[in-house]
Design a protein around this ligand. Sequence first.
Ligand SMILES: [Zn+2]
Length: 418
Amino acid sequence: MPHPPRPARPLPPASSEPAPAGGRRRPGTRAVRALLPVSLAVLCALGPTSPAAAGDWSYEEMATVRAAALSEDPLYVGPLHAGDLAEQDAQALRARLARADVPVYVVLIGRDAGLDDYVADLARHSDADGHFFVVGRDGETLHGLHSGTGGASDREEDPARLTAEAVNADRGLIGAPLDERLGRAVDLVERGGPTGAPGWASVLTAAASVLVGVLLCAGAWRLVLRWARRPVRVAPLTEEVVRTVDRAQQDEYRERLAERLTGCGQRVASHTSGPGQVGAALEAYDAAAKVLDAADDMSDLVGAHVLLDMCDAALDGGPPPPHCFFDPRHHGGTAHVRWRAPASFDSVRVLACRACRKEVRAHRTPAAVPDSSGARPLPYYAVPPEESVWAATGYGTLGSGLPGRVMQGGHRGKRRGV
Ligand SMILES: [Zn+2]
């Protein structure tokens, strides 16, 4: 991981040629350039104090020589680094390496390319088992590998490599002296690796954690959605609850009808129109009062409702109102529609409101007033006509004379003894 060069220290030119031993490179000095290849080759072969790089030497050859030398001294300071690492700091670092819990070897050389290959060769040629670190010409960037690491795929998890990356990425070490950076590396390898330090392993671990978190959240979200979309299990109302609700609704309906009956009676009593109108209104009023007195289910209450409508219509001097066959309480533009009752082969023409006509045309049976007088509720028109005047007359929509039939024969026929 390249870092910008430290401004305090002038860098040598980007050449693979190292500077003269013991001093900084002086570009342009032709004599030095001419002597370098010979002197470097000799110095490399001589031992720890020789430059680590020469034009004819491959990384592997350099590593072979250097690995052998490191067995004697774990720190090699090449010529380019002589000025970067004061002698006392070098001694302190050397002492630190010597007392490290794990073997650590450090090579500072005057190269600036291929250093990962070099440290790999170095580790491979070493007889010792340990962590190898190489710092190149920039004097900052660490390249590390453990001697036990084999192939390239293993290098991704190599502790020395991860340690070097951690030190290189440590913002707290920006501008720090080289001995401090190397000391930090020794500390890390002693602890078993750059735990907690930024590095690819930690970055990958963090990314994996984030991914796992995202997957967990996605899974949880899917569970929430599945829960929200689950089939709603509606507990059926018990018959008792249904009866209670029906009874409450009927009681309220009955009260409204009773109030309306009172109003109709007052209107009839005070009416001054002709005897024909008053007679029809009075008959309808009497029939409504009779039904309301004896009503014990919704179909009877609706019958009283129809009779009161007839009473009002008679008082107003108009014809009987055109009720919907299926439920006289329906509103909205009644008209005739041909309808075939369920399980019946014959069709009949009935008056129906707009909504019920729509249902009939869609081949659905409109909801009708229920008759609860029998063992089980039925649509009122399904009750035998001799047992219900409502079924017999369709609440007056199938013929005239409903009030008279109620007054003469009652609204429930023989079954109830009315
Ligand atoms: Zn209707």
